[in-house]
Design a protein around this ligand. Structure first.
Ligand code: B1M
Length: 213
């Protein structure tokens, strides 16, 4: 459909001021909000995500596209809520204790949200107990943690241990990432999944929850 193609193109090009207008045009044509989300906004971000994975574009472009997509989501959110459209699943996201880096985490959050997940971002410097408390309170399906320093990486394990102590480890999948973190390290600390970048964090989150879309 022409309207959805235009929404996707604007997201792909990072045109955050033009996305709402294209979304409105699609709504005026009677296209359901959910279709605009999936086949317009998410389709555009997916193109950028794939290009980012192949090193064909860089972080600023991904951030611009994510911002453009958010401009569209802001418009659709109340309509989706009215229609009772539930996002995929809830993900609690944060950067571990003593670590103040949040640029990568924010990218991961935007890509996850743009792919249909409901993201509860609890910020930086998050203590293990706080992660566990919010996972429990929100009934999250995934706990996503970012660590950017070699000194804060061990805190991934501290948090996973806290989940075990509270008896909630089996209720939530743990996804980890951040520049110094490797797949091997992630498995050694007892995480369920690792992703090297934001686009692959989306793939991994879907894989952990057996989501095919
Ligand atoms: Co800091 N810093 N920093 N820093 N900083 C690094 C990380 C460092 C590599 C610089 C260096 O020495 N070359 C180094 C860490 C060395 C190490 O331990 N291995 C370092 C250091 C040492 C420090 C301080 C200790 C410096 C000091 O004060 N002496 C200090 C620590 C503060 C603290 O956290 N307690 C510090 C402070 C800072 C600033 C506050 C100044 C600032 C952070 C601002 C902010 O985030 N709001 C900062 C920055 C900007 C950097 C660099 C330059 C850039 C990091 C970044 O945002 N990259 C960084 C050097 C570098 O990387 N070139 C550096 C872009 C971002 C998109 O990438 O976060 O890796 P990244 O995210 C990627 C992937 O890792 C992945 O997806 C993202 C992209 O797709 N990913 C996930 C991230 N989280 C994920 C989660 C997932 C999956 C994937 O699943 C849940």
């Amino acid at each position: 459909m022409e309207e959805l193609k235009r929404v996707a193109e604007k997201v792909e090009k990072g045109k955050h001021l033009e996305v709402p207008e294209e979304v409105r045009k699609a709504l005026d044509k009677g296209i359901p909000p959910y279709d605009i989300l999936i086949s317009g906004l998410q389709a555009g971000l997916a193109v950028i995500g794939e290009r980012f994975k192949r090193d064909e574009c860089f972080i600023p472009e991904v951030l611009l596209s994510a911002r453009a997509m958010h401009a569209g989501i802001d418009l659709l959110r109340p309509l989706l809520a009215q229609a009772g459209t539930e996002p995929f699943a809830k993900i609690v996201l944060g950067t571990v204790k003593d670590d103040l880096h949040d640029i990568g985490k924010n990218m991961v959050g935007m890509m996850l949200e743009g792919s249909g997940f409901r993201v509860v971002d609890i910020g930086i410097n998050v203590p293990a107990d706080r992660f566990a408390e919010v996972v429990q309170k929100e009934g999250a399906s995934i706990l996503a943690m970012s660590a950017l320093l070699s000194t804060t990486m061990p805190y991934l394990k501290t948090t996973i241990d806290a989940l075990k102590e509270k008896g909630i480890r089996d209720r939530v999948k743990v996804l980890v990432g951040g520049a110094p973190v490797t797949e091997e390290y992630a498995m050694a600390v007892g995480a369920d999944g690792f992703a090297p970048d934001a686009a692959r964090a989306v793939d991994k989150a879907k894989e952990l929850l057996n989501i095919r879309a």
